[in-house]
Design a protein around this ligand. Sequence first.
Ligand code: NAD
Length: 436
Amino acid sequence: MKLSVIGCGYLGAVHAAAMASIGHDVVGIDVDENKIASLSKGEAPFFEPGLPEILSEGIASGRLRFTTDMSQAKGAKVHFVGVGTPQVKDGYAADMTYVNAAIDGLLPHLSEGDIVAGKSTVPVGTAARLAERVTPTGATLVWNPEFLREGFAMKDTIDPDRLVAGVPAGEAGEAATETLRAVYHPAIEKGTPFLVTDYATAELVKVAANAFLATKISFINAMAEIAEVTGADVTQLADAIGHDARIGRRFLGAGVGFGGGCLPKDIRAFSARAEELGRGESVAFLREVDAINLRRRDRAAQLVIDAFEGNVFEKKITVLGAAFKPHSDDIRDSPALDVAVRLRGLGADVTVTDPEAIANARRVHPQLRYVQDRDEALTDADAVVVVTEWDEYRRQLAPEHASTLARGRLIIDGRNCLDPAAWRAAGWTYYGMGRP
Ligand code: NAD
């Protein structure tokens, strides 16, 4: 099927490449000329395992191309819209400028029977509003939220755990549902649940899923705060409650909390939208979820400050990690960089390393020093802070090896991803999050 994908960022570039890999004929469209230039060469403009290979295959097959020219969307049967919905500058709501502009740009190129499939994460009510503009062209608007995880985005797009489509009632909705089934037929044939809902439900599924995940993380981080004043160990607590199948162990890793381009802004936008709908109290707990999450960044920085008896001035501190999570170079709202910036602000001599995210981090926080090589970054450190649990730090950094590089013997494990016994046995003072 001929498809267009408007917006070729983390979501859109992956979606375009994945759709070509399952046999569709795809044009990816973005306003960012640099992004389009690198995608056209088969180069991924960001780090995502597996994406470069699938991009190159798609381009070589002739089924995948990229352009800045919106008129190239003409002739596609389905137009996926995956542009950004960041937090507005002066509040909590989602900035809908890019979605509105993408729809405006697309309208003149739509034909009778086309489908516009929104994938961006949007405030509930957006699809109904946009449908009023799309429907007069003879095209049908559906909302098809995206659940991919950065770092696993190729797998999650080609073989998702569920597909959700919010469609209008009536024949147009039924026809659009059949078309989407055809687009996603390899996954559906494998048994992927395909849930067809109304617009509002589809929009809410996405924000509800993210709200739940954020709440689960902040729940265990709240327990970490209590553990810290009682001497309990939150990792043992998580193991013990996680054995309860109703609770489950996943997303119960206490640490510096969540970040990235989705969870923080999505829970804020959900709160803002609920306020607009007069139901702010229903998700008022998300403000607390956000507050707990941000407090953990303070806590990680405070552990370092306390270890130096309140004064980190000119202390050489190596921060292991810049990305908001491993297997990604995404530094949007990264807890790792927040911790690094706070320590730098107190006069510490901070060095940041990360396997993939240094270029992005340097653009946003040029005041920090960046070193690509992990061991070089560790050399002469007075303290080491782990804030992104890359395997390079979690599994591949032996404390004995770190001892040959660092000057001090202080390790702060902001992700509870190290073995405290091993580090202590090697002579290090170890501090975790919510652990004695
Ligand atoms: P991103 O910032 O990486 O990409 C957005 C892209 O849209 C950019 O390349 C930008 O140039 C482009 N764009 C902006 N205006 C445009 C226009 N008028 N026409 C064409 N292109 C335009 O953002 P992202 O992480 O890909 O997120 C996109 C959406 O998907 C957001 O709503 C986000 O919440 C949602 N989402 C993201 C993820 C993820 O893991 N990144 C997962 C699920 C959902």
